[in-house]
Write a protein that binds this ligand. Structure first.
Ligand code: SAH
Ligand code: DHB
Ligand code: MG
Length: 224
């Protein structure tokens, strides 16, 4: 495949601003070796997640969709001492690769990986926890985004930041007649978001080594 200009520029940016890191690099290599799909966030996107978490001062982070733990490592490294990432994964193979990657990164203490369907785990978390999350990253199946968004609001406070990955899908998001459940999931989420008075949100399109996609970022503005 010929390299796109945005892949080459992503490489250029990553070479300049995202230095090689043994644990992050190993997480990608081991994920690929185990046959996991190559759908982690890119290095410069991982760093963006980490910067947002640091800017916000997040101590309690929820991630929906762990895969091999690559984005999890970026987020966990943003935590202050005593902070915690809870990450949800339904595929036992992905979870076991992620556990090994997190252990190699020295993050066993600060990351809690919960195996199971997110829609089954989220109600348990809501019941168990006495406090909301500061940052929530939604990055599991795209058909589930509307329900994950509703849970994210339940698990939020005023000031929580919620990020939703993969909301542009090569532009397919504007195709109202799409039969793709991922596209329909994103579209239903967008309708909920537009009508949701408790958040202020925007969506940014992205190009890079993972092609053309985008993410939504929002701030919870009224106690959700
Ligand atoms: N956040 C990761 C990528 C996640 S890929 C990163 O950037 O590094 C999406 C993950 O969500 C996959 O591992 C998939 O198994 C998981 N997933 C899909 N449906 C799910 C569900 N219903 N509950 C929990 N996890 C799910
Ligand atoms: C897919 C999932 C992702 O989280 C991503 O970043 C890219 C693609 C997918 O399921 O196709
Ligand atoms: Mg994603």
């Amino acid at each position: 495949m010929p390299e796109t200009p945005w892949s080459a520029v992503d490489q250029y940016i990553t070479d300049l601003l995202v230095p090689p890191d043994a644990a992050l690099d190993a997480a990608l290599l081991e994920s690929a070796a185990a046959g996991l799909p190559a759908i982690s966030v890119t290095p410069n996107q991982g760093k963006l997640l980490q910067l947002i978490a640091r800017i916000q001062g997040a101590r309690d982070i929820l991630e929906i969709g762990t895969l091999g733990g690559y984005s999890t490592i970026w987020l966990a490294r943003a935590l202050p001492a005593g902070g915690r990432v809870v990450t949800l994964e339904s595929d036992p193979k992905h979870a076991s690769v992620a556990r090994a990657n997190l252990a190699r990164a020295g993050l066993e203490e600060s990351v809690e990986l919960r195996l199971g369907l997110a829609l089954e785990t989220l109600p348990l978390i809501a019941r168990e926890r006495g406090r909301p999350f500061d940052l929530i990253f939604i990055d599991a199946d795209k058909a589930g985004i509307p329900k994950y968004f509703a849970w994210a609001l339940t698990l939020s406070r005023t000031g929580t930041v919620i990020i939703v990955d993969n909301v542009v899908r090569n532009g397919a998001v504007i195709d109202a007649s799409s039969a793709d459940p991922s596209v329909q999931g994103v579209r239903r989420f967008n309708e909920m978001l537009a009508a949701e008075p408790r958040v202020s949100a925007t969506t940014i399109q992205t190009v890079g080594s993972k092609g053309y996609d985008g993410f939504t970022i929002m701030l919870v503005t009224k106690g959700a």
